[in-house]
Design a binder for this molecule. Structure first.
Ligand code: GCU
Length: 411
């Protein structure tokens, strides 16, 4: 998405494993007082909350909204004959009257027909709901969009011509055909993805201190949890025990954080989330913490910048983020040409998360050998590296549905 070369000129980029300094990963199974964690009870009571707090304070930011959030929902359209008659589609607008009179989060929901209670993928999109499908009744987003993302965007606004431009990432018919629902919303609804995006978004209602302590990724993760609030309360055709958090790239980072904070996500999928997501930050390969903070200063909390040139001092690393998903099924995916995201670092993050899964007597990946392209591996943690570019394609979705079928025991 971003030009790798332009960026690479500014901060050194390394792709050579032999040039990478060695490092030691923090041990997720040691408490802040130095005592080892040997049981899931100690992990849940003390270890997990400590790791979660470290991520909030140093990486993704502290969510200032505690407790339940009041949501007003309005179902704007229902189409009983969506996707060539295979699905019901709905568009729902969520508002947050106790927070702001203007903020809206627009959900596009596809429900498979003839499934009493469907598992649902909750997943934000990069370019507006109307870009995930050609279906004409889907509203074109009126929010700020990144003109650099597509030539159909004019002056940071989407146009009718951008309908369906991201369809390859949203194989809706194939998904509903397998009995899964999809709920998507534009990631920029509650914070536009630029340095001043907070001014018109959710963080505009905060004090400067709260705002700095939180982050755009924190806001995007928050939106995913609000989607879950709505879905489990209002949509009887959805199985609230089978809500899957899924996200690609920067949204993959937000997805991992959403699922770390919100246990209602019963399964978690990181697609090419890279640095600041599933990839180990301590590996000096591809994107680094400094790259992230330089190009996208709004993504993470202010404290994260302290580690620009001191990654060894970061008190956590990605394997611990992935460990926060335990014992829930977790899938991490990479792509062969996505070297900026450090596929091996994503794989090793998943390998190292296994320790936490073992507290629950679960096998994570069950291997530390990186598989060949297009050859999924793993047990409670799944992994594949797809041949090709940084993207999320039908192949990826198929693996996620196979994984979900297995763990949700769907025949
Ligand atoms: C950039 C960024 C990555 C991010 C990606 C994306 O390449 O450096 O961290 O994951 O954009 O969101 O597509």
């Amino acid at each position: 998405m971003m030009s790798l070369n332009v960026f690479a000129q500014k901060i050194p980029v390394n792709y050579d494993e032999s040039k990478m300094p060695s490092f030691t990963l923090p041990d997720p199974l040691v408490l802040p007082n130095g005592k080892p964690i040997k049981s899931k009870d100690v992990w849940e009571k003390a270890g997990r909350p400590a790791v979660l707090k470290l991520f909030a304070e140093n990486v993704y930011g502290v969510n200032p909204f505690s407790g339940a959030v009041k949501i007003a929902s309005e179902v704007k359209t229902v189409n009983e004959n969506a996707l060539n008659g295979k699905a019901i589609s709905k568009q729902i607008t969520l508002r947050f009257p106790e927070i702001s009179p203007t903020l809206t989060l627009d959900i596009l929901l596809y429900l498979p027909k003839n499934v009493k209670q469907a598992p649902v993928f909750v997943s934000l999109n990069f370019t507006g709901n109307h870009t995930a499908t050609h279906e004409k009744d889907v509203f074109v987003t009126e929010k700020w969009v990144n003109s650099g993302f597509d030539k159909t965007f004019v002056n940071n606004r989407a146009t009718d011509a951008s309908r369906g431009i991201a369809e390859r990432r949203w194989p809706m018919e194939a998904i509903v055909a397998r009995g899964y629902a999809v709920a998507t919303a534009y990631y920029g609804d509650l914070e536009a993805d630029h340095n001043e995006g907070w001014k018109t978004g959710l963080r505009s209602v905060l004090t400067p201190e709260q705002r700095e302590k939180w982050s755009a990724i924190g806001v995007w993760a928050w939106s995913m949890s609000r989607m879950v609030d709505y879905l489990i309360k209002n949509e009887s055709l959805i199985d609230g025990q089978k809500v899957i958090a899924l996200g690609h790239s920067r949204i993959g980072k937000a997805t991992l954080w959403a699922a770390a904070e919100d246990p209602r996500f019963a399964m978690v999928i990181s697609n090419d989330s890279g640095e600041g997501g599933a990839a180990l930050s301590r590996r000096w390969i591809g994107e680094t913490v400094e790259h992230l903070n330089t190009q996208f200063p709004h993504w993470f909390c202010a404290n994260y910048k302290k580690y620009n040139k001191a990654v060894a001092e970061l008190p956590v690393d990605s394997h611990e983020l992935l460990g926060l998903m335990a014992p829930r099924p977790l899938y991490v995916a990479s792509a062969t040409e996505d070297i900026w995201a450090d596929p091996k670092g994503e794989f090793l993050g998943a390998v190292e998360a296994e320790k936490v899964y073992q507290l629950y007597k679960k096998t994570g990946l069950g291997t530390n050998t990186m598989p060949m392209p297009n050859s999924p591996v793993g047990k409670t943690i799944g992994y594949h590296i797809r041949e090709g570019k940084h993207d999320i394609l039908l192949y990826d979705w198929q693996q996620y549905m196979n994984f979900a079928d297995k763990h949700f025991e769907i025949k």
